[in-house]
Ligand binder design. Structure first.
Ligand code: GLN
Ligand code: ZN
Length: 781
């Protein structure tokens, strides 16, 4: 299959980047052991060397001809870039010279002790130096560290990592193509704490460092360098397009000996296409999975430009239909000439698990439709062979791919006629509550008779080591089902009693039985499978195993009713039931690619609607449907936002509208930017929404006031990301601010989010203070 036999020629195969965590999460283990002090720096460095060597060897063996280097990172590639160019905020105390691992990890995770400048703005870190902020990398679930730049920022080459890793590979016999984040994307992702200052204005100062790196690489023998500019798929203004022109013109002039492969991915170049195509680079990579129509554009490229065809999905776990891909790209390659073409995944393989071969328990049928990073590289090699020497030289692999594709189209495991039938019978009545909010609110107030400013929490209570231990014992079979259930009931009972003692108004059961807010539901819905080793990096040493949504979704049995019923049996106070919403379940899973996301989402909405109905029938008067991931699902291009919001809101309404007036629907969103989606939030028409506001000092309530949001709101008054225990006065202060924006009748009092990551020692006094703050407010009002 690969090019190991000389008679078979193949096209160039690139990977753009590969997972760095190791097949058995070796990087996580090494990092955490280093951070805990159990192992030293040398051990960590050696783990890195081993992982890189294994990665290069594996790619070479599988037929990759354009092998990347510098795609490895101990924590994050954006952080690496910030360190490379010396963009290290003063608070980390770097005085020039090589950047120590201690400084690097302080930027990544914060550090205890040392000077902490209170004015740094990171109010949520009580001691030591705070970590840089973290946010999502484009529309993936990978999070990068946000570089912080100042108006008088100076750059200097402070880390030689790209050069060292290039040489490391070379010493092992690999000529690699080093990967760098491009200067424009780097600046676009950076932020400044000063107002009225654009990081992009620092381009002139930044470029010399990049030139230096490119020169050094060239000097050591590098022929190509891959510069990733995923900002090319965003809505760029003219200044950003000009910055691209300036940067790449500078590289062409200053380092003509280096050939640059410019990579734009995560979507279409769109209105940046002409800019990108005119840049003086030796190669251009296009994402042809998200934006297959770009294939028609390649004829417009300069005829000495190498084209990297991103045809294998780097973002999802499905096996490709290789014959279909060949049918599409063969004519284009015939036109361009083979020497101008490279075959690649749509983006770095960082975003998929490493090896399907490590899965021993996956349903074999579902498994036959999947490809993880290693299988995707095999697919690339198959394509390259078929394109280089003819399809007959890859006949076996193509046949297997065809068989998988056709099995998947027709499998009864995927296609459930009952689900299709239900989907087509959704009507407007199912999307609308019986009465308008005012009338529902009256019925609900009548029913619950809550005091003004009612207090509640978002759902989860601390997941203690004890709970984790019991869960692990249960899954290993060391703790029986019955024993585990009693254990969880005791946890729940204690939590309910305690909530009563401190005087919360609306109680929760604590979510002790849930391993994860999506997985818990996915495991009980049909249409999902779970992996044993399908880890992908979320940030730093935190990896997740996203559920795989492979088929039509239905809900065979109630999922939460028993736990709700048990918890409610312990108290006279209202017990709020907890569900994860359809949009969040979708956005945190690997999603099927054979139907639109909107359709998959509506299927989940119908299944969750059944759960809502069963909870109501069991007597639940308040049902919270969390949509933590609604905002992060927004498309990268503004022009696509409305369509997304429309089906996201529609799904929420399908899921939540089947209940009577006196049943109160809550939703929760743990983020703080609502200005641009407030219409959608309004359209969801939940009776109560809880949001994250404590850190923004209630500023974000502006959006709700300006919109005249009519329903009830619980703006978070307790920052659950911090171990700090908020004082009563701090919370009453925040609530005073909230009262300036909202009417008293609208206000609920709750923390920013669930408390699962906190300790009981923190949660107990914090929530007692919160209840006290509510009481003060009631006396004042
Ligand atoms: N109900 C969930 C919890 O409290 C909500 C978590 C979230 O929004 N991320 O844990
Ligand atoms: Zn939350």
């Amino acid at each position: 299959m690969s090019s190991s036999t000389n008679s078979v020629s193949s096209l160039a195969v690139a990977t753009l980047g590969t997972p760095r965590i190791g097949p058995r999460r070796e990087l996580k283990l090494a990092l955490e052991s280093f951070w805990s002090g159990a192992t030293d720096e040398q051990a960590l460095i050696e783990t890195g060397i081993g992982l890189r060597a294994a990665n290069w060897a594996r790619q070479k063996k599988l037929g990759v001809t354009v092998i990347p280097s510098n795609d490895f990172s101990f924590y994050d590639q954006v952080l690496d870039t910030a360190v490379m160019v010396g963009a290290i905020p003063d608070v980390y105390g770097w005085k020039g010279g090589p950047v120590s691992l201690a400084t690097y990890f302080a930027m990544a995770r914060g550090a205890n002790g040392g000077a902490h400048d209170e004015s740094c703005g990171h109010a949520h870190h009580a001691h030591g130096v705070p970590a840089l902020e973290m946010t999502k990398w484009f529309d993936t679930n990978y999070h990068y560290m946000v570089p912080e730049l100042s108006r008088d920022q100076r750059f200097a080459l402070a880390s030689r990592k790209p050069i060292e890793e290039y040489e490391e590979a070379k010493a092992l016999g690999y000529q690699t193509r080093p990967v760098l984040i491009g200067p424009v994307t780097f600046l676009k992702l950076a932020k400044s704490k000063e107002t009225g200052f654009e990081p992009l204005s620092l381009l002139d100062r930044l470029l010399p460092v990049y030139v230096e790196v490119l020169r050094e690489l060239a000097g050591r023998g590098a022929e190509w360098v891959q510069l990733d500019e995923p900002c090319l798929v965003l809505d760029l203004d003219v200044s950003a397009q000009k910055a691209l022109q300036q940067a790449y013109a500078a590289f062409a002039k200053e380092v003509p000996q280096i050939r640059i492969m410019l990579a734009g991915y995560f979507g279409a170049l769109g209105n940046n296409r002409d800019t990108a195509f005119a840049l003086p680079v030796a190669g251009l990579h296009l994402d042809l999975v998200r934006a297959p129509e770009q294939l028609e554009d390649v004829a417009k490229l300069a005829d000495d430009c190498v084209i990297s065809l991103g045809v294998i999905d780097g973002r999802n776990i499905w096996r490709a239909d290789l014959t279909g891909v060949l049918d599409r790209i063969e004519p284009v390659i015939a036109m361009l000439g083979k020497e101008r073409v490279q075959i690649a995944p749509s983006c770095s393989l960082l975003h998929v698990p490493i090896d399907l071969g490590l899965e021993t328990k996956l349903d074999p049928e579902v498994s036959s439709w999947l490809a993880f990073a290693i299988q995707k590289i095999e697919e690339l090699a198959t394509l390259a062979t078929a394109l280089g020497s003819g399809r007959e030289h890859a006949a076996q692999a193509l046949k297997a791919s065809d068989a998988a594709a056709s099995a998947r189209k027709t499998s009864s495991r995927i296609h459930d006629p009952k689900v299709a039938q239900r989907l087509s019978s959704i009507d407007d009545g199912m999307r609308r509550r019986t009465s308008a909010f005012r009338q529902r609110a009256a019925a609900q107030h009548q029913r619950f008779k809550l005091p003004s400013f009612p207090t509640t929490t978002i759902g989860s209570f601390p997941q203690t080591p004890e709970i984790r231990k019991a869960r692990a014992a249960h899954s290993k079979g060391e703790l029986s089902d019955a024993g585990y259930k009693i254990f969880l009931q005791n946890q729940t009972k204690r939590a309910v009693r305690w909530q009563e003692t401190i005087g919360l108004d609306v109680l929760v059961h604590g979510e002790f039985e849930r391993n994860d807010m999506v997985q818990y539901f996915g495991e009980q819905l049909s249409g999902f499978v779970f992996t044993e080793n399908g880890w992908v990096q979320s940030y730093g040493s935190r990896y997740v195993r996203p559920p795989i949504l492979f088929g039509d979704v239905s809900r065979p049995l109630p999922m939460t009713v028993e736990w709700w019923r048990y918890a409610q049996s312990l108290t006279e106070k209202p017990m709020k039931a907890m569900l994860t919403g359809p949009v969040t379940i979708l956005n945190w899973s690997f999603v099927r690619n054979d139907i639109p996301r909107s359709e998959a989402c509506r299927q989940i909405a119908l299944a969750m609607r059944d759960e809502v109905a069963d909870l109501e029938a069991a007597g639940a008067g308040m049902i919270q449907i969390d949509e933590a991931a609604l905002r992060e699902g927004l498309p990268l291009r503004k022009s696509e936002w409305q369509a997304y919001l429309d089906w996201a809101v529609d799904s929420f309404r399908i899921c939540s509208s089947g209940v009577r007036d006196e049943t109160q629907i809550h939703t929760h969103m743990c983020y703080s930017e609502f200005n641009d989606i407030i219409d959608a939030i309004g359209a969801m028409d939940a009776d109560v929404i809880s949001i994250e506001t404590s850190r923004s000092k209630m500023e974000l309530l502006d959006a709700f006031r300006n919109y005249r949001y009519p329903n009830e709101i619980g703006p978070g008054v307790y920052d659950i990301h911090s171990p700090r225990i908020p004082e009563i006065a701090e919370m009453t202060e925040l609530l005073k601010l909230a009262r300036q924006q909202l009417s008293d009748g609208q206000l609920w009092i709750n923390p920013d989010c669930g408390l699962k990551t906190r300790k009981w020692e923190e949660v107990r006094p914090a929530l007692a203070n919160m209840v006290a703050a509510a009481r003060e407010l009631r006396e004042l009002a």
